[in-house]
Design a protein around this ligand. Structure first.
Ligand SMILES: Cc1cc2nc3c(=O)[nH]c(=O)nc-3n(C[C@H](O)[C@H](O)[C@H](O)COP(=O)(O)O)c2cc1C
Length: 224
């Protein structure tokens, strides 16, 4: 099956469409605050933002019997639909036990089963906020693995906000001016790359689960 990396028509030069979500389920989430900040930077830079939190995408533990007998749950189906409608995605995620939260990996597992596989060739930026000094950075490295496995173009620079419980000022922004500027720069650099890839596509690659596997035996191949 052939499909473009983005669902937009080749001559559609409208604003970049970015799906932005916080992967925390918590009402008073630090990651939701960071994602809200990202939203204002993206909108100021001219992007059209589709905003969500993990509550919209969460689902039951992946079970292949359930998939076979009942199909896909609403949360993962919604994430799939909204990924397909965007040019790029941004995730702000908590770090749990030096990795990503189980509910996020579970949702990625569900979505990876839905076709077309929506992470393939889609650009992604990863953000984290944590009270720790490492700012949730290890969680972001673990999140890169399934996303890159699925063909996502994960932006090299990842922003992890350390001591996040003390990092936000009264107006909701990052209080430290240097950090705030770095955050904005990170998001704008990501948008520049997405714009180039969306409006001036020059390379398209197929997603092949294991690149070294002989073609005839591979079931999971999608041209991009
Ligand atoms: C089960 C669990 C494991 C955690 N493990 C880590 C960890 O490995 N590293 C870290 O920086 N924070 C860890 N934390 C603390 C979270 O960073 C903190 O609760 C944070 O506020 C969660 O993000 P949220 O505010 O967006 O929900 C953990 C919290 C929980 C509940």
């Amino acid at each position: 099956m052939t499909r473009p990396a983005s669902s937009r028509a080749i001559d559609d030069k409208g604003p970049l469409r970015v799906l932005l979500f916080s992967a925390s389920l918590r009402a008073d989430s630090l990651n939701t605050r960071l994602a809200q900040l990202a939203r204002s930077v993206l909108v100021a830079a001219g992007a059209k933002v589709d905003w969500a939190t993990m509550n919209a995408f969460d689902g039951p533990s992946y079970n292949q019997d359930v998939e076979t007998e009942q199909g896909f749950p609403p949360g993962p189906l919604d994430l799939h639909r909204r990924l397909e409608a965007c040019d790029a995605f941004v995730i702000a995620t908590p770090e749990y036990n030096a990795s990503m939260p189980g509910h996020l990996k579970n949702t990625i597992d569900w979505v990876s089963r839905i076709r077309p596989q929506p992470f393939n060739a889609r650009h992604g930026l990863l953000l984290a906020a944590s009270p720790s000094m490492a700012g949730g950075n290890r969680g972001l490295w673990s999140l890169r693995i399934p996303l890159e496995h699925l063909g996502a173009r994960v932006f090299p620079d990842m922003f992890s906000l350390a001591q996040a419980h003390k990092a936000f000022g009264d107006g909701g922004g990052i209080a430290d001016g240097q950090l705030a500027a770095r955050f904005e720069e990170n998001l704008r650099a990501f948008l520049d790359l997405v714009e180039a890839a969306t409006h001036y596509p020059c390379i398209k690659k197929a997603w092949v689960e294991f690149l070294g596997e002989p073609g005839a035996t591979v079931g999971r191949v999608e041209a991009a």
